[in-house]
Design a protein around this ligand. Structure first.
Ligand SMILES: [Zn+2]
Ligand SMILES: [Zn+2]
Length: 435
C-alpha cells in the first residue's frame, strides 16, 4: 500500500513537462482497471479490435492462439471459465477452449479503440483501452477495461459535467477533483481485481459515448494536478448544487471533521446570489397533502390506523442549515424522526419527485403539505454548479478549488517538471496557459 505519493509515483515515472498543453498526451498516469456494466448480468460478450495488433493470454501468461487476421473474439461463460472463439459458427463455438482468465492487450501496450457488444444488455459501445481482462465472478462475466488514468478522466468528466454548458475553468476544476478522487480511491474494488466500477458508486464511465474535446482539453491543461493537504492527496468530494452553502463533512458521514471539508458560503459576499443560482436544482418544491403523508406513516406503522397527522415541522438544523430532525404531531402524540427516516417515508409517497437534498423547509397549510428546498446532493466539497458560476465570474480553476477546499494546495502527482512527492503547481495565470 502506498504510504506517500512519492512511493506511488517514483521520480522515474514522472514525465517531462511539455511546453504547451496541446502536446500533452492523455495516455499518461497509472493504468486503471474499470469493470464494465457491473450491475447487470450477462454471460457473453464480443470484443472487436479493428486497428490494433493484440495478444491474448491466459491466467498464467501463456498465449492463446489467435487465427491469422482475427479481429474479433467471442467470449462466453462455460462453468466458471471463459470460452474463447474467433468465429460465431456453431462448430467454432462448440470447440471453443476454456480459460480461467483471458487477458487481451495491445502488442505495444498502447491505447487503441475497441468495440464491445453485450447482446443480453443491448450494449454496443466503443472503449479506448490498453486491453481487457475477462473472467467469471459469481456466475457473471466480468469485463475489465485497462486504461491510463488521464484518458479515463477525459471520458468521465462529460458524465459528471456537461462540457458544452460548463465554462472551461469549471471543467478544469472538475478534472482536478476527479483525478484526486481517483488517485485517493485507487484499488477501491481490488478484492475483485479491479479499481473502479463504471457506475455512480465510483464515477460514471461509458467509454467513448460522450467524448468531448473540451473535456479532453480540461484534462490536458491540468494534467497530473491534484488537490493536496499537508503534502497528501485530499478527500476531494463534490456534488451537484449546494443551494447556498456547503456542509461540514462530519454532518453527512460519521467520522472526524476534516478541516478543508467545512461549511463554505457559496457567494462572493453576503446578500449576493449563490454561485450555483443558475442550477436547475437551485430551488425546488414538493407539494402533496397531509392525508397522503399520513397514509404512508400509518402503512409504515409510525402511526396507528386511525391516528390523524396534524402537523410536521423542521425540528433541528445542523450547523450547515440542513435538516437533521423533523417533529411530527398527531392527535395522540408528538415524535421526532431523523431527516433520513423522513426522506424514506416521503419517498414512498413521492416516488420520483423525492427530496433532492436535506436543505429545505416544511409548511403545512390546512390539508396542504409543501416542502421548499435548495440544491441537489450531499453538499460536501465542491459545488459543481457553483464552480460553473465562479468560472463565469472570471475565477480560475485554482481559485474555484481554493474556495471549496479551504487550506488545501494544488500539486502534481505526476507530469510536472519537478517530481514527487508534490511539486507545487506554478502560479502562472491559467488564462495564459490556455493560449
Ligand atoms: Zn464502484
Ligand atoms: Zn453552490
Amino acid at each position: 500500500m502506498c504510504t506517500s505519493l512519492a512511493a506511488c509515483f517514483p521520480a522515474g515515472t514522472a514525465k517531462t513537462k511539455k511546453a504547451a498543453w496541446q502536446d500533452r498526451s492523455l495516455d499518461t498516469g497509472p493504468d486503471v482497471r474499470i469493470r464494465l456494466i457491473r450491475k447487470a448480468y450477462f454471460s457473453q460478450a464480443s470484443i472487436q479490435w479493428d486497428n490494433a495488433d493484440v495478444l491474448l493470454t491466459d491466467e498464467k501468461g501463456h498465449a492463446i492462439p489467435l487465427p491469422a487476421g482475427a479481429k474479433k473474439g467471442y467470449f462466453r461463460i462455460r462453468g466458471e471459465q471463459v470460452a474463447v472463439a474467433f468465429q460465431r459458427t456453431p462448430a467454432e463455438l462448440k470447440k471453443a477452449k476454456r480459460y480461467q482468465k483471458v487477458w487481451i492487450r495491445t502488442q505495444d501496450n498502447s491505447v487503441r479503440r475497441f468495440k464491445i457488444h453485450i447482446p443480453e444488455q443491448q450494449v454496443l459501445r466503443e472503449y479506448d483501452a490498453k486491453g481487457f481482462h475477462l473472467s467469471v465472478k459469481y456466475g457473471r462475466m466480468a469485463v475489465i477495461n485497462v486504461i491510463p488514468l488521464e484518458r479515463y478522466l477525459a471520458q468521465v468528466i462529460p458524465e459528471e459535467m456537461d462540457p458544452e454548458h460548463f465554462t472551461l475553468e469549471a471543467l478544469k476544476a472538475q478534472a482536478v477533483v476527479a483525478r484526486t478522487w481517483a488517485l485517493k480511491n485507487m484499488k477501491r474494488h481490488d478484492r475483485y481485481e479491479y479499481d473502479f466500477c463504471d457506475g455512480p458508486h465510483c464515477q460514471v464511465y461509458k467509454g467513448r459515448k460522450k467524448v468531448s474535446s473540451r473535456a479532453e482539453r480540461a484534462v490536458k491543461m491540468t494534467l497530473g494536478e491534484v488537490v493536496t493537504y499537508q503534502q497528501r492527496l485530499a478527500e476531494a468530494f463534490y456534488h451537484s448544487t449546494c443551494g447556498g452553502n456547503t456542509v461540514f463533512v462530519n454532518e453527512v458521514w460519521a467520522g472526524q471533521r476534516i478541516p478543508y471539508l467545512a461549511r463554505v458560503e457559496d457567494h462572493w459576499q453576503e446578500g449576493n446570489r449563490p454561485y450555483c443560482a443558475q442550477s436547475p436544482y437551485a430551488h425546488w418544491r414538493v407539494l402533496t397533502s397531509l392525508r397522503r403523508v399520513e397514509r404512508v406513516l400509518q402503512h409504515l406503522k409510525y402511526l396507528a390506523k386511525k391516528e390523524r397527522l396534524l402537523n410536521v415541522q423542521v425540528f433541528f438544523l445542523n450547523r450547515s442549515g440542513r435538516v437533521k430532525r423533523v417533529c411530527l404531531t398527531t392527535d395522540k402524540k408528538s415524535f421526532t424522526m431523523t431527516s433520513v427516516e423522513f426522506r424514506n417515508v416521503l419517498n414512498q409517497e413521492l416516488g420520483k419527485r423525492k427530496l433532492l437534498s436535506n436543505f429545505y423547509d416544511i409548511s403545512v397549510d390546512g390539508s396542504q403539505f409543501l416542502i421548499t428546498g435548495n440544491g441537489l446532493g450531499h453538499g460536501v466539497g465542491m459545488c459543481q454548479w457553483g464552480a460553473r458560476g465562479m468560472a463565469q465570474h472570471g475565477f480560475s480553476y485554482r481559485q474555484i478549488l481554493q474556495h471549496y477546499f479551504r487550506g488545501t494546495e494544488l500539486g502534481y502527482a505526476y507530469g510536472s517538471e519537478a517530481p514527487a512527492p508534490f511539486s507545487r503547481s506554478t502560479t502562472q495565470n491559467s488564462q495564459a496557459d490556455a493560449k
